[in-house]
Design a protein around this ligand. Structure first.
Ligand code: NAP
Length: 542
């Protein structure tokens, strides 16, 4: 039905081009195709799955419960897949993404192994001219980026990386073939959510493991029971309830902030913290006391509770010193779930090297060199060094809007969007998982990406029905969204902590809390209001 049409110059002409075939891209494609549009999704990967295609490092798994990391638009799709455990691993998640693509018959409209390198808005035709790395040209009325919040890996960060004699991998570019780690001297740089999953998974398989720790992490133990038939039936039976509640909670998870710190006695607070900690999920972070994000004293008390839990497991004072955070509050950047991660450091083959005051200065042929001149000899280096979040996926494409403005240059000065879905100066460009909307920070991604793609589809349907050719936010609307976003974010302690949440992990990146912190439900309401008001504040051109 949606066959590709190239004109005589070999240009592919579409109503909409989607970049990315992950969680957002697949659903966006499905929706626009159902609207009768000529639409195609492009992905640099060799298969669908987005983040779950790329992040195939050892130990990669969910830390949203599988039964909420789901599409909720189709009961049949939801119920047609059965998860094996509460927090499944990457291979199972990737199979689920294939199930989605196949069930919805999406593959015929997805072009894999195709990297989009540029997109220019042509003011005469009022369309986007998009180019692929292989030289293909696509001409589309709408450009929709579904590139992922965390998809631009920071993989070239140390001088001398090319000189290393062994093998070096960034976790988000982990090879498809098995990597032999047995008996090897392996170094892991980074202890974010990714590094932690790698470390706890490979520690008992490698010869020696050296973990380079810069900023210590608060961690929460994961409880990951296997699901039997009745567990699966039980969560499937909750489909209607989850569909109703998830879109409106603060973080798009099934749980919400239930307690008020000030209203409880110290004893009751402790009981609540213990109870929630015992749940083995992100609940302590996303559904305990919202005051932890605003009130330094509450933040400190909850941080101390988590430190205490970590100390009880680590025992060794030196390890406690290296691995337990002291100078930022619990939950002010991403809290990873883990399984025996701390215990790993008690193994005789595992060593934690603090690189906080003794940074890594370069990679040398033999391994990692720190400022004190020590060379940590290694066979394999694993870079769990994170991503240029939110902006990186788009600034790595040469996107030019009206008057030749460049998104890379614009965001190099100031990261601004309208509701995280459009940018002033870039007509008919829609984005998902982009800055200034709820996303991986404080949001279950599938909840947020479904809402965004649905809003985009509704917007496109509206303007097509009205005979409007172009939509672009006004500068005033963008300014008001940025102001609201900043006021909300800057009232939280998140804005004071260094991490990818504020862009501080990328040298030179303008500092701004990248994710909207006003809540998933609130964001949804605000987006819905804009639509209900006929996209007031957007310039619509026939
Ligand atoms: P990350 O949280 O940004 O962590 C990067 C790590 O690398 C940090 O420990 C950082 O230390 C370290 N690092 C970077 N440059 C360094 C240097 N020059 N020297 C020493 N250490 C350095 O990245 P991530 O772990 O890949 O996680 C990113 C996000 O992906 C997560 O926050 C989460 O949202 C998502 N994720 C989700 C899952 C899941 O849901 N299951 C799993 C993995 C990741 P500093 O902190 O000192 O900068």
């Amino acid at each position: 039905m949606n066959e590709v049409v190239r004109n005589i110059e070999g240009v592919t002409r579409l109503d909409a081009a989607i970049i990315g075939a992950g969680v957002a891209g697949l659903y966006q494609l499905y929706q626009l195709r159902n609207m009768g549009m000529k639409v195609r999704a492009y992905d640099a990967a060799s298969d669908v799955g987005g983040t779950w295609y790329w992040n195939r490092y050892p130990g990669a798994r969910f830390d949203s419960e599988a039964y909420i990391y789901q599409y909720l638009f189709s009961e049949e799709l939801y119920k047609g897949w059965s998860w094996s455990e509460r927090f499944p691993g990457q291979p199972e998640i990737e199979r689920w993404m294939h199930y989605v693509a196949d069930s919805l018959d999406l593959r015929k409209d997805i072009q894999l192994d195709t990297r989009i390198i540029s997109a220019r808005y042509n003011e005469d035709t009022r369309r986007w001219l998009i180019r692929t790395e292989d030289g293909e040209t696509i001409d589309a009325q709408f450009l929709i980026t579904c590139c992922g919040m965390l998809s631009a890996p920071l993989s070239e960060i140390f001088p001398g990386q090319n000189s290393f004699k062994g093998r070096i991998f960034h976790t988000a570019r982990w090879p498809h073939e098995p990597i032999e780690l047995e008996g090897k001297k392996v170094g892991v740089i980074g202890i974010g959510a990714t590094g932690i999953q790698v470390i706890q998974t490979i520690a008992d398989k490698v010869g020696e493991l050296t973990v380079f720790v810069r900023t210590p992490q608060f961690v929460l133990p994961m409880k990951n029971p296997k699901f039997n038939e009745s567990d699966v039936k039980a969560y499937k039976d909750r489909f209607a309830e989850l569909k109703k509640t998830l879109p409106h909670t603060f973080t798009g998870f099934e749980y919400d902030f239930l307690y008020t710190w000030a209203a409880l006695t110290p004893e009751r607070r402790r009981e609540v913290l213990e109870e929630i900690h015992h749940n083995g999920s992100l609940k302590l972070w996303l559904a305990s006391f919202a005051e932890m994000f605003f009130d330094e004293a509450v933040s400190e008390e909850i941080s101390e509770f988590v430190r205490e839990k970590m100390r009880a497991r680590l025992k060794d004072p030196e390890l406690c010193d290296i691995l337990i955070p002291k100078d930022y509050g619990f939950g002010t950047h991403r809290v990873p779930l883990e399984t025996n991660y701390l215990e790993v450091y008690h193994r005789p083959n595992v060593k934690a090297v603090s690189v906080k005051d003794n940074p890594i200065v370069e990679i040398v042929p033999e391994g990692v060199k720190t400022a004190d001149g020590v060379v940590h000899e290694l066979d394999v280096i694993i870079l769990a060094t994170g991503f240029d979040a939110g902006t990186g996926a788009l600034t790595r494409i040469d996107i030019q809007g009206r008057d030749g403005r460049s998104l890379k240059q614009d965001w190099g000065k100031d990261i601004r969007t309208t509701y995280g879905m459009q940018v002033y100066g870039y007509p008919n460009l829609f984005m998902t998982g982009a800055p200034l909307a709820p996303s991986a920070a404080l949001c279950n991604m599938t909840t947020c990406l479904q809402q965004q793609t649905e809003w985009i589809s509704d917007c496109i349907r509206y303007i097509r029905d009205k005979g409007v050719a172009v939509i672009e936010p006004t500068a005033e609307l963008e300014e008001s969204w940025v102001r609201h976003h900043d006021e909300t974010a800057n009232a939280t302690l998140i804005s004071k902590t260094n991490s990818w949440y504020t862009g501080s992990n990328v040298p030179g990146k303008p500092r701004r809390v990248l994710s909207y912190t006003g809540g998933v439900g609130t964001y949804r309401r605000k987006c819905a209001e804009v639509a209900e008001n006929g996209y007031h504040g957007f310039a619509l051109t026939e």
